[in-house]
Design a protein around this ligand. Structure first.
Ligand SMILES: *[C@@H]1O[C@H](CO)[C@@H](O)[C@H](O)[C@H]1NC(C)=O
Ligand SMILES: *[C@@H]1O[C@H](CO)[C@@H](O)[C@H](O)[C@H]1NC(C)=O
Ligand SMILES: *[C@@H]1O[C@H](CO)[C@@H](O)[C@H](O)[C@H]1NC(C)=O
Ligand SMILES: *[C@@H]1O[C@H](CO)[C@@H](O)[C@H](O)[C@H]1NC(C)=O
Ligand SMILES: *[C@@H]1O[C@H](CO)[C@@H](O)[C@H](O)[C@H]1NC(C)=O
Ligand SMILES: *[C@@H]1O[C@H](CO)[C@@H](O)[C@H](O)[C@H]1NC(C)=O
Ligand SMILES: *[C@@H]1O[C@H](CO)[C@@H](O)[C@H](O)[C@H]1NC(C)=O
Length: 459
């Protein structure tokens, strides 16, 4: 289902209004650098790569749990386990307040549904070091062994490319899952002005002998899918909102933790209050939708340094839409961040913030392909140089589309980030590819236009 906003529909229905909006049309398909880089196709983000709608909100639950007094963690966990044993389904929580503690886990095929954000309220009084409130999936940190590897022979593979040439195509077949890995040689890292850290001796798959770019066929580990949390509110009281530096502090534990390699899962229509790190999508998790999730911050950061995070993305094909930060306007936070070497694509649509202290800010070391569109949030795709642990260039192939907040979009020496239709203040050091600055553009949503285009050209 295409997600349309009221204004988008209005513009379609009432052309005389859209003309007064004075948006400039942009042919996004024709945007190309001299090297051949194109805008990445972000339409593959989300649950099932946006080829499927989220599961119906009104399917019949298999198990119902009513609110009662006392801690209900085991009631809820037993219900989730029962549904898992039955081969999957929905656990529905009734109206009322449920006291819970950390450590709830969802397995493949299980959905935890409340009766609405207004009526089902979960409360938790404390977190525990490294134990999320909710863990989705059983994935662990692990690498895969490719069954076939071949070097890429193209001298340059542009951003948004859909084909590559390999040295030896024997054994490659349609339907296989592949990694496409770029060489990360010391020279490349140095030429990008990045601190040498993991640049020498190994590349993304950790094979020291493959210092070239290559395509590898692999089978993903058997992990979890089709999990969801929806239609409820969860409050951490006393609050953990605000910066806590020490990772051994319980306040740093995540509210919702998507384990590595988790796929096709979602969080929808959820309000979360008091979490410092609300949703964490781990490395190699993919095709995740975070839809209409509100993060309430009720306390500001309590010391200088890094900010806390609402959504922390290490995975790919993550779609964050119609979500945002609420509560205290002065609560500094990274609303959405990406971590190191996140391959993308990831997309953040219509993100709400309360002030420019709340930023969409990729965090470290060459994450790739993030779209942020139709938002008032500040957007930073920059060289963080020696900040943190020497985080360097945080983003390549990033696209800021119809942003209204202050932005700083810079391009790495060997890459490109785009800002298209940015009507907010542009930082003086922004040297990314800036198109149609100072106005909004059509299509209003690049994501929707790309999804439409992909569906129309599908064979
Ligand atoms: C989900 O929540 C909304 C309100 O937030 C409510 O209108 C709807 O009925 C809920 N759906 C179900 C299946 O409980
Ligand atoms: C949930 O969040 C929304 C913001 O998206 C807010 O308007 C609403 O009042 C919140 N509801 C509850 C019950 O906290
Ligand atoms: C993700 O996959 C890569 C490639 O197999 C591997 O090197 C890395 O350790 C994985 N990360 C996690 C958290 O599983
Ligand atoms: C191409 O790959 C196949 C399968 O791995 C191998 O048997 C063959 O020897 C390779 N050919 C060349 C020219 O390297
Ligand atoms: C994790 O869950 C998946 C899906 O249910 C299952 O196939 C896999 O065996 C589980 N892995 C472990 C380590 O339990
Ligand atoms: C984000 O996730 C990464 C990977 O799990 C973790 O190392 C980091 O501490 C998290 N950052 C924040 C601010 O939560
Ligand atoms: C943008 O500015 C940075 C910092 O000065 C520089 O490293 C980078 O090469 C510039 N990018 C381009 C494309 O010129």
């Amino acid at each position: 289902m295409l997600h349309t906003t009221p204004l988008f529909m209005l513009a379609g229905l009432l052309p005389f209004i859209s003309s007064t909006l004075a948006a400039t049309a942009v042919n996004w398909q024709s945007i190309k650098t001299s090297r051949g880089d194109k805008l990445p196709d972000f339409s593959f983000c989300g649950y099932h790569g946006s080829d499927k709608s989220l599961p119906s909100e009104s399917s019949t639950p298999l198990v119902r749990v009513s609110a009662s007094s006392g801690d209900q963690t085991s009631d809820i966990q037993e219900a989730l386990d029962k549904v898992e044993a039955a081969g999957g389904g929905v656990v529905e929580l009734g109206a009322g307040t449920f006291k819970v503690s950390v450590g709830l886990t969802l397995a493949s095929g299980t959905i935890l549904r409340g009766s609405g954000i207004e009526s089902t309220q979960l409360t938790v009084s404390k977190l525990k070091v490294d134990v999320p409130l909710f863990t989705l999936g059983n994935g662990t940190s692990q690498s895969v062994k490719p069954s076939l590897i071949s070097r890429i022979t193209d001298t340059y593979v542009g951003i948004g490319a859909t084909t590559v040439k390999v040295e030896n195509a024997t054994g490659f077949e349609a339907g296989q899952t592949v990694f496409v890995s770029r060489a990360a040689t010391a020279e490349w890292v140095r030429a990008n002005g990045m601190p040498i850290w993991y640049g020498t001796g190994r590349n993304k798959l950790g094979f020291s002998k493959y210092m070239d770019s290559y395509v590898a066929v692999y089978t993903a580990p058997a992990t979890s899918n089709e999990m969801g949390i929806e239609n409820l509110s969860v409050t951490l009281n006393p609050t953990c909102s605000g910066y806590v530096f020490d990772v051994t502090d319980p306040c740093n534990a995540a509210g919702i933790w998507m384990t590595p390699w988790t796929v096709d899962s979602f969080v929808r229509n959820v309000n979360m209050t008091g979490f410092n790190n609300a949703i964490d999508v781990q490395h190699n998790a993919s095709r995740i939708t975070i839809d209409t999730v509100a993060f309430f911050r009720d306390r500001d950061t309590d010391r200088p340094g890094g900010y806390p995070t609402d959504i922390n993305i290490s995975g790919s094909q993550v779609l964050v839409r119609d979500s945002g930060q609420y509560g205290l306007a002065t609560a500094k936070a990274f609303a959405v961040i990406t971590q190191a070497r996140v391959p993308g694509p990831n997309a953040v649509l219509r993100h709400t913030i309360q002030s420019s202290l709340q930023e969409l800010y990729p965090h470290q070391r060459w994450a790739h392909g993030l779209l942020v569109e139709d938002t008032d949030a500040s957007v930073l795709f920059i060289d963080r140089q020696t900040a943190g642990s020497g985080q360097g260039w945080t983003m390549n192939a990033g696209v800021a589309w119809n942003t209204r907040g202050p932005i700083n979009v810079q391009s790495p020496p060997l890459g490109v980030n785009w800002a298209i239709g940015s009507s907010g203040t542009v930082d003086a050091t922004a040297n990314g590819t800036m198109l149609k600055t100072g106005k909004s553009v059509t299509p209003r949503s690049l994501f929707a236009a790309q999804l439409h285009e992909r569906r129309n050209t599908a064979t």
